[in-house]
Design a protein around this ligand. Structure first.
Ligand code: GLA
Length: 333
């Protein structure tokens, strides 16, 4: 419901106005819809894209969007209280830690705010997904499998022998989708013939490029004999960090094949450089759907009492330098 609607209802005769109100559902005519969109890493291009598409939904549907970066639990709790104080009716969230799920659910209930999670599924104290919070994300394992298959295909195209190839898994296992994505990739590589002993884990402390760079450097130092590498992680930034660390050791596009997950600016910057880098490709996932649909679904829930689907998994497409324009068009981005 938006301001325009409340003006109409004032102009209508009483009976018609009452009828209009009945059909309009949860929100009172005088209350404009306000929705929060909280993300754990506001500086990451993926989340900026989500915000951009959520803004489009706000424009199309006529609601106010409040974008807040929530890098830690304290900021997240403050943001939820702040939304309630501004009379928002709900929020979409990618939390800084999925284990804060119980806290999110309790805060939302206390403040009578509706919640939808995006990207990272919130879990309860026992580590189980919180079923009362509708979620939109990806099948981490399936998308990871696509990454592993892309790496295996490119290895084959280059004639790299599995026995001579190291696979660097930039790992962020405390985030379930992070673990699923990278395990899916590792399993696909093993299924394609890569010896299990050739998969090396490089744990990162955060999900950004710098942490991945540091993690990869340690792994490369430990295994100097490996001539060529394939590398993967939970997002484009992870793979970018590994690729930059490899470059620092003189390993360039002919010695490294990296395939990320995302397809936002981080990947596009690489694909538009004049010469190819070790960042070979990415499985592009839909920031448009994650941003637009979650925000639009929240609006429908608030304004028309339409409860969103409990879980939606979106798909990904392999994007490389060669097909990037086509893939972006297919994904509508
Ligand atoms: C997680 C990652 C982000 C991005 C999203 C996509 O939140 O940390 O980098 O990949 O998933 O769903």
């Amino acid at each position: 419901m938006n301001i325009k609607t409340s003006i109409w209802t004032r102009r209508l005769p009483a009976a018609a106005a009452a009828l209009a109100l009945c059909t309009l559902g949860a929100v009172h005519a005088a209350e404009p819809v306000k929705i929060g969109f909280l993300v754990k890493q506001a500086e990451e291009p993926w989340f900026q894209d989500e915000w951009k598409y959520a803004e489009q939904a706000a424009h199309d549907k006529g609601f106010a969007l409040v974008k807040i970066g929530v890098p830690n639990g304290e900021k997240m709790m403050a943001a939820i209280d702040n939304l309630a104080a501004q009379k928002a009716q709900g929020f979409v969230i990618c939390a800084p830690d999925v284990k804060l799920g119980g806290a999110v659910a309790r805060a939302a209930k206390r403040q009578s705010l509706k919640v939808i999670s995006v990207d990272d599924r919130l879990v309860d104290g026992a580590g189980k997904p919180i079923s009362g919070i509708p979620h939109m994300g990806i099948s981490g394992y399936a998308i990871g499998t696509q990454v592993g298959q892309a790496l295996a295909a490119e290895m084959k195209a280059r004639g790299w022998k599995p026995a001579d190839t190291g696979a660097l898994r930039i790992a962020y296992d405390q985030l379930p989708t992070g673990r699923e994505r990278t395990m899916g990739a590792a399993d696909a590589l093993k299924a394609a013939g890569l010896p299990a002993a050739n998969v090396y884990d490089a744990p990162q402390t955060k999900t950004d490029t710098e942490s991945a760079y540091n993690a990869a450097n340690i792994a490369f130092t430990k295994h100097p004999a490996i001539k060529h590498w394939v590398t993967f992680g939970l997002n484009d930034e992870a793979v970018m960090g590994a690729v930059r660390a490899a470059e620092g050791r003189g390993m360039r596009a002919d010695a490294v094949i990296g395939v990320g997950i995302g397809g936002s600016k981080t990947a596009m910057n690489e694909f538009t450089k004049p010469a190819a880098t070790g960042f070979f490709g990415t499985v592009m996932i839909s920031a448009r759907r994650h941003g637009y649909e979650t925000a639009a679904n929240m609006y429908e829930w608030i304004a028309h009492n339409k409860v969103p689907p409990a879980e939606t998994q979106t798909a990904g497409i392999l994007m490389t330098r060669a097909n990037q324009a086509k893939v972006r068009a297919e994904m509508g981005q």
